[in-house]
Design a protein around this ligand. Structure first.
Ligand SMILES: [Mg+2]
Length: 147
């Protein structure tokens, strides 16, 4: 079966971490964009059709939670996986209450990342499918064709 790549945006102020993650995800066939700040993340989301954002919590300037709030406000269908380091698990929980799909503990292993990425993408696909179905129904109603 041919795998359709997920369109993933990795956001972290640690450049080495971003590069390493990007490399590994590309190796397993995903399409990857990189951002090094919350501001850059929002810029890329405005330009690209991204499925899943992997978002570091601790960043200078806009932190992960602030970025998450903006992402969910402007791009509600984009799924977010939070990246947490030492002592930020509580923040990850807060993130999930704000709409993040899940979180990953740093240093995240690839298998764990792939599993969560798959789940996030599935949720986005299903949500988009529900929206398409609802839109189709609305059109049919408007045209008065089918009851
Ligand atoms: Mg950081």
């Amino acid at each position: 079966m041919i795998k359709i790549p997920a369109r993933v945006l990795i956001v972290d102020d640690e450049e080495d971490f971003v590069e390493m993650f990007a490399l590994r995800l590309r190796e397993v066939g995903e399409k990857v964009w990189c951002a090094y700040s919350g501001e850059e993340c929002l810029k890329i989301l405005a330009q690209q059709n991204i499925d899943v954002v992997i978002l570091d919590i601790k960043m200078p300037g806009m932190d992960g939670i602030q970025t998450l709030k903006e992402v969910k406000k402007r791009f509600p269908l984009v799924e977010v996986i939070m990246l947490t380091g030492h002592g930020t698990t509580e923040t990850a929980v807060e993130g999930m209450k704000l709409g993040a799909f899940d979180y990953l503990l740093k240093p995240a292993d690839l298998e764990d990342l792939q599993t969560k990425l798959e789940g996030a993408r599935k949720r986005k696909d299903e949500q988009e499918e529900r929206i398409r179905a609802a839109e189709a129904k609305a059109i049919i109603r408007k045209s008065g064709g089918i009851f």
